[in-house]
Design a protein around this ligand. Sequence first.
Ligand code: NI
Length: 193
Amino acid sequence: MPDPSSMPLLKIAIYPEDEKMLRDRCRPVVKVTPRLQRLIDDMAETMQDAAGVGLAAPQVFVNQRFFIYEWNDRVDALINPEVLEVEGEASEEEGCLSLPRLQGKVVRPTRALVSGVNRRGRRVRIDAEDYLARIFLHEIDHLNGVLFIDKADRTSLHWLTEEEEKERVARVHEVLEKRRRGEPVDVDPRGAG
Ligand code: NI
């Protein structure tokens, strides 16, 4: 992983100030270019800095159909994603980097079969379950201008205090630092996408 201090962090679109960007339907990516791959690298740094598990292009003011996600210690991208199948249903807590400190329960499928193109430009099909399925569906919603608050159980919505959010970010950064040093990590405390 590159030294974070040498990488530029991207500005994250925040709701409701940047509502127009966040509510737009994104356009398909025509080609995976080195420029897009550099943007993906910058998005990865930005996501990790903000302690997220996923980040969609419109969240960094790019109207294109792709998102990045972190899974099993690796960040990859899914470009022009399509949901092929979904199955099951579960209500779990979610957060979003565009709605800082807000959390709430969202009902989503427990399995999602998705296809798309990864950051190396290769076609992929991923059969995602549970937390990964939730990340994918949350991020694909962003590409269609949908936010988790649109689907959340209103009564479950709550804000973390600034202190709680600081603790959350600090815990995530501690986990990332351990990984960089190759130390074992037990739990991944993230939730925002
Ligand atoms: Ni989000």
